[in-house]
Design a protein around this ligand. Structure first.
Ligand SMILES: Nc1ncnc2c1ncn2[C@@H]1O[C@H](COP(=O)(O)OP(=O)(O)OP(=O)(O)O)[C@@H](O)[C@H]1O
Length: 244
């Protein structure tokens, strides 16, 4: 079974179509990157899978279940999204405990104390952070909380939208190592958006290069590491990274 199956996916915002005819299969346990220029539709694909971009046609399946156009609790338990800016994605007046407990309350799941304690441990945060507020944490600690929140419902798939690009370089490495460990320990599937090709090499098995709302190439990370992407636009991206 594939963790994510996209068939002939087209996505619009109102009258503006931004994603065209995307087909993608991501295997269970795989880590897959979407790369490409700003505005090419990468985040929009993640949002549609998460149920946050309602205006789409085609088919979206997560762990073999087709997503409907409505709030879909069965699918949202399987797939959770982590955003670039943990400050924006955490409510400023809610404690970490409240932020982590909320998904459990919404889905009517008990054992909240135990689950909150376990998830804090799994993302490497001391229990003393539990009753603090987001502004009392560093950027890296906040991103650990955002990842913890995404893990509360024990999803199979994480959608990661530039999960480290708002962080200091030294902290980026810590979060990347955390994501690598969590994937291994919990057999998670990742679909991640990034501008950073070294991040793809570190964390991903395959990548799709997007341009103007379309996938221009799907490649193995070994091809990326060897500098052997075939589409001319992919080669431009490689050259831009090599020069930076
Ligand atoms: N809420 C929205 N309403 C209208 N248009 C939007 C909305 N969000 C994104 N867009 C447009 O959709 C297109 C794709 O945006 P998207 O954020 O998916 O691109 P991206 O490849 O993720 O870019 P970036 O790397 O900058 O995040 C862009 O032209 C963007 O301006």
């Amino acid at each position: 079974m594939n963790a994510i199956d996209l068939k002939n996916l087209n996505i619009s915002y109102g009258d503006t179509k931004v994603v065209f005819d995307v087909d993608l299969d991501i295997a269970e346990g795989e880590s897959f990157a979407l790369v490409g220029e700003s505005g090419s539709g990468k985040s929009t694909i993640l949002r549609a899978i998460a149920g946050l971009a309602p205006d789409w046609t085609g088919a979206i399946s997560v762990m073999g279940q087709g997503r409907s156009h409505h709030v879909d609790r069965a699918v949202s338990r399987q797939v959770q999204m982590v955003f670039q800016d943990p400050y924006g994605s955490l409510h400023p007046r809610k404690t970490i405990d409240a932020a982590l407990s909320e998904p459990l309350a919404i889905h009517g799941i008990g054992n909240r104390d135990e689950r909150v304690e376990a998830v804090l441990k799994s993302v490497g945060l001391d229990q003393r952070f539990r009753f603090r507020f987001p502004h009392q944490l560093s950027g890296g600690q906040r991103q650990r909380v955002a990842i913890a929140r995404a893990l509360m419902l024990e999803p199979k798939v994480l959608l990661l939208d530039e999960p480290t690009s708002a962080l200091d370089v030294s902290v980026q490495a810590e979060i990347l190592n955390l994501l690598k460990r969590l994937r291994r320990e919990q057999n998670l599937t990742y679909l991640m958006v990034t501008h950073n090709l070294p991040v793809v090499s570190f964390l991903c098995d395959r990548l799709a290069v997007m341009r103007h709302g379309r996938i221009v190439e799907v490649a193995d990370v070994s091809q990326l590491k060897a500098g052997q992407l075939s589409d001319p636009y992919s080669q431009e991206l490689l050259a831009a990274t090599a020069g930076s």
